[in-house]
Design a protein around this ligand. Sequence first.
Ligand code: NAD
Ligand code: USQ
Length: 401
Amino acid sequence: MKVLVLGGDGFCGWASSLRLSAAGHEVRIVDNLSRRRIDEELGCSSLTPIASPRERVEAWRACTGRDLGFDELDVARDASGLGALLRAWRPEAVVHFAEQRAAPYSMKSAGHKRYTVANNVEATHNLLSALVEERIDAHVVHLGTMGVYGYGTAGATLPEGYLTVAVRGDDGAPIEQEILHPTSPGSIYHLTKCLDQQLFAFYARNDRLRITDLHQGIVWGTMTDETALDPQLINRFDYDGDYGTVLNRFLMQAAVGHPLTVHGSGGQTRAFIHLRDSVRCVQLAVETPPARGERVRICNQMTETHRVRDLAALVSRLTGAPVEHVPNPREEAPENELRARNDHLLRLGLQPTRLASGLLEEVLQIAARFRHRADLSRIPCRSAWNEARAAELQPSPGTRP
Ligand code: NAD
Ligand code: USQ
């Protein structure tokens, strides 16, 4: 199948592109390299040394004999360039990773909020409108987030995208309906994924586009079978306070001798998936497109849920690293329960890799190997959600900074 991967230079996109190529698909990557530029803006870089796109593509060819296309293009700002590419190449599937994905980055300032909304919503809308304009019947596979639901389950397991509700008709009789699950985003970044959902629902209904929205949990790990083939194929490993995600951060912190930074009580429960399962899910979704005219297929792409303080305790037991409870820069519930269904992907053949599968050590080893590249001053999360949270981050008079 011809698969266009938007955002294929990033953490999930690179590993997924290699998986799809290894599975025999013809893969072409589109990326504007904004993530590499944001590294420069933040004065930080991936813990692992990542090769340039050209070196990556050449290394993949040398290892496997397979070609990967690469186009530097801004999907949000160059709608005509995207249209021309779609017209010329006519993909059968488009996997869409090309968004600004860090919640803390999206909350840093008004400018970061505007950039995240404009980039993410425009990227998604440019893709959908171009497919219609160019009359291309490609299956769109989008990487969304579990965060669209918010993290409170009100005692019920989260369904996959749709909720059955009963309303009273004018005659008082109950009427059952399936609606998109209400959204409750916890950051401007998460909000853009809620807006994406509305765009998908409209284009699936109005233009019969075939769309799968993968509501993904927090991805942990850094390697897949394909990225491990050659040092030039190594994947990025974010550990800084904006882009690093919680479990990879704890493992990296343990490897460099930094206390594990639990926000507040650590009672926040979140959904997780290992990168190896993430790329497998993307492949499963690409290879089983929905029919034209079907509503958006929504899959919860996660394999387990964990409380942040339990993860810290687990990493601490494994490594001896101390746990530090730091003020929470985010406006979020200090404690929540979270249970979610993931039947779609299990039915398609996903075999979940769990925390217990021994892969925590693999991440620890990678972090230890590259710890000389870490800038410890970049570890604290300094992006506060509002003024009250910012005030809590200030050291009280007389304490050491
Ligand atoms: P990433 O930042 O590493 O990768 C995103 C890639 O998209 C980058 O290479 C960036 O340069 C590119 N990009 C951004 N805007 C673009 C634009 N306008 N035009 C072209 N390219 C653009 O992020 P990631 O961790 O790989 O996440 C990929 C997707 O998966 C995101 O949409 C994210 O919301 C979703 N997701 C990620 C996680 C996670 O834990 N990493 C969890 C759930 C969902
Ligand atoms: N947290 C800590 N200590 C840290 C870092 C984070 O306690 O050092 C806490 C946060 O306060 C939060 C939780 O851990 O309660 C998760 O934070 P995170 O940064 O790991 O994840 P999040 O901001 O939710 O975003 C990540 C990805 C995003 C994706 C989302 C999936 O960056 O792209 O959409 O996970 S989900 O969480 O299911 O919404």
